[in-house]
Design a binder for this molecule. Sequence first.
Ligand code: ATP
Ligand code: MG
Length: 435
Amino acid sequence: MKYKKLKGTVDILPEESAKWQAIEEQARYILHNYQFSEIRSPLFEQFDLYARGVGETSDIVSKEMYDFTDKGNRHLALRPEGTAGIVRAFVENKLYAPEYHKPMKLYYMGAMFRYERPQSGRQRQFNQLGVEVFGSKNPAVDVETMALAMDIFKSFNIKDLKLVINSLGDSASRVKYREALISYLEPHFEELSKDSKERLYKNPLRVLDSKNEKDKAIVKDAPSILDFLDDESKNHFETVKYMLEMLSIPYEIDKNMVRGLDYYNDTIFEIMTTHKKFGSNATICAGGRYDSLVEEVGGPSTPAFGFGVGLERLILLLDLMGYTYSNKLALDAYVVTIGEQVNAAATKLTQYLRQNHLSVEREFMNRKPGKQFKTADKWNARYVFTMGEEELVQNKVMIKNLKNGLQQDISLNDLYNDFEKTFSELEIKLESKDE
Ligand code: ATP
Ligand code: MG
């Protein structure tokens, strides 16, 4: 083979895409219940938007960006995450204007691109479902949005889930905490990983997020941000916890949890699966509050809350659980053709049935009738419509209910003159003698 797909990308083949459709449909249904509307933003943006929005020292910007210069010499990047682009769209389209209801609740689904080492649950092109809520600092927004994420997972009967929360406080608390963290980490400087050494003064909170085992052991006893929160942040976090308890949503607090993106403040959260067979990349949803990003990107100060769900990881989990997806591609009828001479009549019949809202496939390969019936069986067709030379001459079609084997021929004139009446009478005939 001359051409191969690129490392870290996948072809989603028909069997797999049916799963994607089922997930997307169900998620949209729940998002609708929560009154979220879809926003679609470009797959690429100015590189600087991400550098600014996501943070220069984040892994995403410093290591994982697919950036390039286009023919007009612009420095661009494929989107590594959804929030920065949505915030840019929010600001550029002045969605903060008073005529828009607040909070504004938006969601998106689509491909993200990160230059990462591919492994299970980690690709270079992957898909996220994300939501962003703009314009409210109410802790009820944090709670409702986390509840939404949990509801999406619950709707698939996922039980092995853990909601982990933390608070990052406001920027003044983080400045104080930053100093305390640096003082704690400095004596361990030589033991830290190369990345963490580099981050210690640039962005020490990111050291807490390190995946290096030695780093992890060191940060285990680091001071907690929760001890540095001011009263407002403390109250906010207390209210979030209270409301989660009121809704009987279990949670854990991880006082060392920070997020891979730099723009968060106050509530942050992750939802991980605790399924035994799930590998190391167990976080399927992550997000939090980001009250300063809109201003950072050039808009008026606007509080916000959002999350991203890794859809590949969700599908991996559903596969491990043996989840059965509803069969949306159910087939109402298979048109069996016997002999080339019925080709045109079969085309007419097939199109006619489709125009009357049946899902229909026909034989194109002129195989032996037995083979055609096997296909109809395999695809779980409700009915087989058979057209052979005899039917053609008599202007009829033979219809068989595959479940009970009952069959009946009907006049094509009747069918074409009054589909509703002819077909409903036929359905009754083919069911009634049942059992
Ligand atoms: P990780 O620590 O696993 O690298 P992250 O902090 O980089 O995750 P976010 O940027 O918060 O992840 O993205 C939200 C979610 O998107 C993750 O929890 C995960 O489910 C999914 N995700 C992130 N990167 C990838 C990837 N390369 N391939 C597949 N899914 C991903
Ligand atoms: Mg990552």
